[in-house]
Design a protein around this ligand. Structure first.
Ligand code: B30
Ligand code: ZN
Length: 262
């Protein structure tokens, strides 16, 4: 395997060759079996407190695009749910597939959604950097939101309008005044379970919080995601689009999924 990716020769099936954690005990994503989830009435509601001035830039990482935040102080945080204390917002990104039938990472009762938003936070009360947090079992909290096909999503326009500046891998562009809570659904009911990063190095440090209610985006908006390049502007190899970037579901291995709702 050269660099990891999502093609046959470097995709999720062979990640374990370089990242043995791929076969670990708390890997993500998973299929949420709703009947097996345990209702936990002691789970507080999720509380997001984001400052739109903390956003810094949008960039093409070659495997997705990320919108990144200034995480040098507690400007934007998430609290509540399964979390002890506050977790600081670092970035958000999406996963999608080659068509509108699948592309999310988590499933619900075997059902596929076409894409999934991940809002990534780290525990700055216990750890001094994202990198340190990512090496600890309670270091990261990722809020996951399913996307379904429906009406055009106005709140995504700021993001897709920036794509012309980040067409190729490695490109970045400044991004200002954006509050990702505008991308959340009205209902904040969630499932939660202990898992991992869904890309190498697949570290087992993520407390997953998955909202039950999806948000709607248009089919055209998802095709804009697929138009980004996973290659650099000057790549020797042939130009490639990011047509898919989702990891398949992984074994539960005895973990319990909790639900905030009955
Ligand atoms: S996920 O939500 O489990 N898909 C990272 C954060 C969350 C997830 C996956 C990865 C992460 O921060 N990775 C290390 C940082 N990245 C930069 C980035 O966010 O774009 C370095 C890298 O991998 O090259 Cu990708
Ligand atoms: Zn992700």
């Amino acid at each position: 395997m050269d660099n990891w990716g999502y093609a046959d020769h470097n995709g999720p099936k062979v990640w374990h060759e370089l990242f043995p954690l791929a076969n670990g005990e708390r890997q993500s994503p998973i299929d949420i079996v709703t009947k097996a989830a345990i209702y936990d009435p002691s789970l507080p509601p999720i509380n997001v407190d984001y400052d739109p001035s903390s956003v810094k830039l949008i960039m093409n990482s070659g495997h997705t695009f990320t919108v990144e935040f200034d995480d040098g102080e507690d400007k934007s945080v998430i609290r509540g749910g399964p979390l002890h204390g506050s977790y600081r917002l670092q970035q958000f990104h999406f996963h999608w597939g080659p068509c509108d039938d699948y592309g999310a990472e988590h499933k619900v009762d075997g059902r596929d959604y076409p894409a999934e938003l991940h809002i990534v936070h780290w525990n700055a009360e216990k750890f001094s950097s994202f990198v340190e947090a990512a090496q600890n079992p309670d270091g990261l909290a990722v809020l996951g939101i399913f996307l379904k096909i429906g009406e055009h999503n106005k709140n995504l326009e700021r993001i897709t309008d920036a794509f012309e500046k980040i067409t190729f891998k490695g490109k970045q562009s400044s991004f200002t005044n954006f509050d990702p809570s505008c991308l959340l659904p009205d209902c904040k009911e969630f499932w939660t379970y202990p898992g991992s990063l869904t890309i190498p190095p697949l570290l087992e440090s993520v407390i997953w919080i998955l909202l039950k209610e999806p948000i709607a985006v248009s089919s055209r908006q998802l095709s804009q995601f697929r138009s980004l390049f996973s290659t650099t502007e000057t790549d020797e190899s042939k130009p490639c689009c990011m047509e898919k970037n989702h990891r398949p579901v992984q074994p539960l291995k005895g973990r319990k999924v909790r639900a905030s709702f009955l």
